[in-house]
Design a protein around this ligand. Structure first.
Ligand code: FDA
Length: 310
């Protein structure tokens, strides 16, 4: 069921009919269904959502949605959007933290273009003391993402980190590589449909790997981000950190915008660092479909939303 739902929603995410329907109804009004997971299509809406989160003691990272870019001009436009986003965030006074994907910056065109595009973002980001996180995409991009990361790290950029996925067999080695560099890891379970040749297929195995990696990162990592909504794992993280005497400012929790807001608030109330990933932009459909694939019950509110708006 776990892998099955992901596969189904992955297939649906390629449906142009569904995309058209979703684009028409998903963000049309303030209570449209996609707004549960996406802050808005415009940067101003993302800033407003970020301000509201900050006022409740939450930290944040802003993600300008986009991926699978095939042309230089699209990749260039994404770079310009990010540079603009940096300026808008500085002017707004909210926390300086952004997330991005390498397929948005042209990694499918060629690696050199992607490195240069990322550098164009890291330059102003570094000047304004931003932290920049590279999201991790499907397993075809794991190597190149870590290589691009390391290239820029070796050029002296230290305001960067990457995400690693517990469902991949290779991740322990990658986590050790990041730890040896002194780089920050965001640990996630993984949101893509992956074959058994590279990834665990059973949820129990993915969860067990997550716990092993969480411990490795808390013991040997550098300000790791434990990014999950899984209550049992959150509990195990808190217990492990307490047992090892690791203070709450040596790591942080992260969750996605609109998911388990109750848990987000209760962690803040108990004195933990909690960062919310705030996605925005017009290219929200693939991100949205991954959120449905994680929890097929979400399809209910989508259908209700479409029926209400028709
Ligand atoms: P799990 O799927 O076991 O869910 C645990 C509980 O959380 C569920 O029982 C439910 O209550 C709630 N929940 C989870 N997903 C939900 C949803 N969509 N709707 C409603 N409730 C939901 N992935 C990736 O491949 N690359 C990346 O770079 C990132 N980046 C990233 C950043 C941050 C801050 C987070 C929190 C997550 C990611 N992810 C990601 C996504 C991640 O890989 C994973 O798919 C989701 O976090 C869901 O898995 P959980 O760890 O929450 O556990």
């Amino acid at each position: 069921m776990y892998a099955g739902a992901k596969a189904l929603f992955f297939a649906l995410s390629r449906s142009t009919m569904l995309k058209r329907l979703a684009s028409r109804y998903g963000m049309a009004s303030p209570d449209s269904f996609a707004r549960r997971f996406i802050a808005g299509e415009r940067v101003e809406e993302a800033i407003e959502a970020a301000r509201a989160l900050q006022s409740r003691g939450l930290r944040l990272t802003l993600d300008y949605l986009g991926e699978s870019v095939r042309t230089r001009s699209e990749a260039d436009a994404a770079v310009q959007e990010y540079v603009h986003l940096i300026e808008v965030i500085v002017a707004s006074g909210i926390e300086r933290n952004i997330s991005l994907k390498l397929t948005q910056l042209g990694v499918d065109i060629d690696r050199a273009t992607c490195v240069e595009n990322l550098r164009r973002i890291l330059e102003p980001a570094q000047r304004h003391e931003f932290f920049v996180r590279l999201d991790m995409e499907n397993s075809a991009y794991t190597d190149v993402t870590l290589d691009v990361f390391e290239t820029l790290w070796n050029q002296g950029y230290r305001n960067i980190g990457a995400a690693l996925q517990s469902y991949l067999y290779r991740t322990e080695a990658d986590a050790r590589r990041m730890n040896a560099l002194g780089a920050r890891v965001r640990l996630v379970k993984g949101a893509y449909k992956e074959p058994a040749s590279v990834a665990y297929q059973d949820k129990a195995d993915v969860d067990a790997a997550y716990v092993r990696l969480m411990r490795l990162l808390l013991d040997e990592g550098h300000y790791p981000a434990i990014a999950t909504h899984d209550e049992a794992i959150l509990e195990q993280t808190r217990a492990y950190a307490a047992e090892r005497g690791i203070p709450t400012d040596r790591y942080e929790f992260q969750m996605l915008y609109g998911i388990r807001r109750d848990l987000q608030a209760s962690l803040v109330a108990r004195g933990y660092r909690m960062r919310v990933y705030v996605p925005f932009g017009r290219q929200w459909f693939p991100y949205f479909m991954r959120r449905l694939g994680e929890r097929p019950a979400n399809i209910g509110f989508v259908i209700r939303g479409i029926l209400r708006e028709r």
